[in-house]
Ligand binder design. Structure first.
Ligand code: NAP
Length: 250
């Protein structure tokens, strides 16, 4: 492999993650495109990047399990022998429900993927990137949600709370590793037109919500990915512990 920096994007096979992988590859990153189950989607992103002259590999692994995390980082280490960036993008929602209808199994899975998965990926990244561990520094971008601010009452307060945890984690980790060459920031997407709404049982949500968004439309995955790319880049060299809302004013 080349000496270009290496970026791991969790949930890089579809939606915001796939856009991030494509734009990062175009910006010169070698990209590890993580996915949980849809190998074909991940391979399509990899093929697109390679066709455009970039470097990418698909990396299978569920960030919500220790086995999945182990296989993701084993693949990154074996393929690239370095890690310079992490985008903690993999995330799940549930079907709309009030809190009194939500099962403990749903809560455990939501927090395993959205919170513990992101924290564990960041932990493994810090172990590889921190100058305190002999690394050359790096950058982490966590994908939160405007739900962390708005609370998602009557829809998915569990999801909103999981993203609130990511917001707090970002502030603390940013301060913890700032002197070790690692910047840590987050983006908060608003309503973005991806498959996640169908996975939550509301396939038309992006279109249905348009009138409630100040700019009167849902966002495109590339519009979030552009903000992630900014935070990954040297243009953001003095930005750490910051939150960037990408929400059309909502
Ligand atoms: P999406 O279209 O549903 O894509 C989800 C991606 O994550 C897929 O690549 C999926 O891979 C992967 N994934 C899911 N569970 C995983 C797991 N346990 N381990 C590893 N990968 C996993 O989602 P999206 O809308 O792009 O959302 C990306 C992030 O943005 C999420 O954190 C989400 O909470 C956040 N966000 C989205 C919106 C929005 O309106 N779209 C708004 C605010 C925040 P497979 O295909 O293999 O399952």
């Amino acid at each position: 492999m080349t000496d270009h920096p290496v970026l791991l994007v969790t949930g890089g096979s579809r939606g915001i993650g796939a856009s991030t992988c494509r734009l990062a590859a175009a910006a010169g990153w070698q990209v590890a495109v993580n996915y949980a189950s849809n190998a074909a989607a991940a391979e399509a992103v990899v093929a697109e990047i390679r066709d455009a002259g970039g470097s990418a590999v698909a990396v299978e692994g569920d960030v919500g399990t220790e086995a999945g995390l182990a296989s993701i980082f084993a693949a990154v280490d074996a393929t690239f022998s370095r890690l310079d960036g992490l985008v903690n993008n993999a995330g799940i929602v549930g079907h709309p429900a009030r809190l009194d209808e939500i099962s403990v199994e749903r809560l455990e899975r939501m927090f395993a993927v959205n919170v513990i998965g992101s924290i564990r990926c960041a932990q493994e990244a810090v172990r590889r990137m921190s100058t305190q561990h002999g690394g050359r520094g790096g950058v982490i971008v966590n994908v939160s949600s405007m739900a962390a601010i708005l609370g998602s009452a009557g829809q998915y307060v569990d999801y909103a709370a999981s993203k609130g945890a990511i917001d707090t984690f970002t502030i603390g980790l940013a301060r913890e590793v700032a002197a070790e060459g690692i910047r840590v920031n987050l983006v908060r997407p608003g309503i973005i037109d991806t498959d996640i709404h169908a996975s939550g049982g509301l396939p038309d949500r992006a279109r249905d919500m348009a009138a409630a968004i100040p700019v009167q439309r849902a966002g495109a995955p590339d519009e979030v990915a552009q903000s992630i790319l900014y935070l990954l880049s040297d243009a953001a060299s003095y930005v750490t512990g910051a939150a960037l809302n990408v929400s059309g004013g909502r």
